[in-house]
Structure formats: structure tokens, C-alpha cells
Design a protein around this ligand. Sequence first.
Ligand code: ARG
Length: 358
Amino acid sequence: MSALHEKAISFITQMYDEKQYNSTDLHNRIEAVCKEIASTGSYSHTYDELNYGAKMAWRNSNKCIGRLFWDTLNVFDYRDETSPDQIFKRIKEHLEFATNDGKIKSTVSVFPPKSNDLEIRILNHQLIRYAGYETNDGIIGDSDSISFTKKCMELGWSPKYGSFDLLPIVIQVNNETPRLYELPHDIVMEVNLSHPSHDWFKDIGLKWYAVPVISDMQLEIGGIEYNAAPFNGWYMVTEIGARNFADDYRYDMLPVIAENLELTHKSNRFFWQDHALVVLNEAVLFSYQEAGVSMVDHHTAATQFKQFEKNELKSSRCPTGDWSWLVPPIAGASTHLFHKPYDNTVHSPNFFYQQRLY
Ligand code: ARG
């Protein structure tokens, strides 16, 4: 039996068992899959399998604290789209559907899987992301995007050298030259940041986008590798407030906020970073709420994750997790996550990192 056979059977068996399909259906399906693999070298999922497999992949994503809602994932089947133009059109539809005027819907769009004669990749790390430039006067924009921004420029994209320039969508089919597409601004929801009690905050001029859509990971279900399967949830406040704007290798805003708070004594014993972090996170959550954009705070997310753990145990599954990712970057020990170990076993289906193409 080939590795693909084994992975297919194991997935089908687990899924049909969880959904309590009867054993005749299970055996018929396994027989059909084996026949298909024998004659074509691969097999294709029914929509039901794709839909449930994608949900299982989210459920098995050990780094994700938001998995209580795995069962509510919206799964779009775009397996017959093979042209970059069509793929871009579907990507725009995904953004509009998932943004939903701010009431964000968790969504994955599944494009054709990797096969002997087709491989589709979206080169962007996320569908919406700001450019980053290394200039003689220092870094402008998001340093995390520097190498991808360079790639876009090589492919003909014109840099604007702003702090929040939307990067184009870059789609590659097989070994063809990647195609670039500008996202229309009206489908990209953004939130300007202000603080409920510090008036100066809005004048710093920060903003972030509403929907994080990871687009460079592989969705693997039963041995089938969907290399282009962008997926989104909604933000947890600390992703933006304690990382994207706070890390000194990202937007590095803590010194600016500390200055505005008149925390001029930058000695460690004044906890200036800690104060600045709380203010920054207050601003992010307040601004998203004011704008009507879904966002969860880290304490609520931890409580939701606790419920997920309970649900998994009740379904006779062992909840798995990656402690170093699950514990939020501020107030870690104020959540239950900090105080227990997590089993980081990686189950399939899942989302996997894949090699960057830039
Ligand atoms: N941490 C990433 C970012 O700040 C997003 C990762 C996905 N997050 C999510 N809430 N689904 O852009």
C-alpha cells in the first residue's frame, strides 16, 4: 500500500467515524478511493470531505488559540480554477465574504491540489499585508514584508514608500512567471487607531487591516496537498497590539507611545514597555470595536480555548497545542494556558508551512 493510500484511508475512516456514517458507506468509499488511486495515481475529495477535512485541519492547528469555532469554518470549493485571473477573482470574493462589513466569517478558499502537472501558489504570506522597504534612512513599513516587497518590485510593482502600502496579490501557476494583481482598496477594510482616553494616540497615524488571511500555507487532507488554500479568522488584539506594532523588528512603536505617555525615564524599573503595551492594546481593541470589526481579547480567547479543550475531551480526542504559541504575549500567566503543558503532536489534516518562493 502506498503512502497516499494509507493517508487517504486514515482520513476517510476518521471522518466517517466522527460523522457517524454507516460502515457500508465507509467501505464503499475506501474501495472507490483505492480504485481511483490505482488508476490515476491520486484521488479527489467529495465536497463533504473537503469541507470536513478543512475543519479538521483547523482543529489540529496547534498554534491556534481560536479553535473553539473550528466547526463553523466556511469552505469554498474552487478546485476547478486554474487560471491566475480566475484565482484572483475568487480571492476578491473570499475577502468580501469573509470581511462581511466587519462581522468577520472564518473562511478557507481551496484551489486545485498539487499534482504531476499542476501546482498553484499564492506567494503572499497574507492576502492583505503592508509593504516593507529597506532604505538609506532606515526601514519603512512592515519589516516582515521586506523580501516579498523586493520580489514584487522585481516583478514590476511600483513601490510607494509609505508605512501602509497594500501589497499586490502574486499568483504563480507551475513555472510560469508569477502574475501580479492590485487589490481594489474598497474591498480591503482597515481600522484607524485611536485611544478611548489618550487624544494624542490618533495623531500617531496608525492603522491595521481587518482580516488576516494566511495564504502561503499548505492545507493537507488525507494525503492531498492543497498548496493554495488561503484561510482567515478574526484577530486577537495582542497579535496587533503586542506584536505587529510592538516588536522592535516590526513597527517598533513602544518607544513612541512611551514618549507620548511622558514615560521619559527609560529605565527598566519604570516598566515603560509594559505601560506602553497596555495603552497600545487598549487602542487596538477600542478602535476595532468602534469600527464594528470582529476582534477577541486574549483573556476571552483563552477562556474559549478552555472550552475547546473540554469539547475535545468529551469527543474522546486529546486536545493538542503548542504552548509557546498559545500563551498570549501579554498577561500570559493570567490565563490558564500558562499553567499547564500541551501535547504538541501534529495530526493530519493540518495546515503546514511550505517553502517560500522569494
Ligand atoms: N499573527 C498574524 C498577524 O498578526 C495573523 C495570524 C492569524 N491570526 C488569526 N487571528 N487568524 O497578522
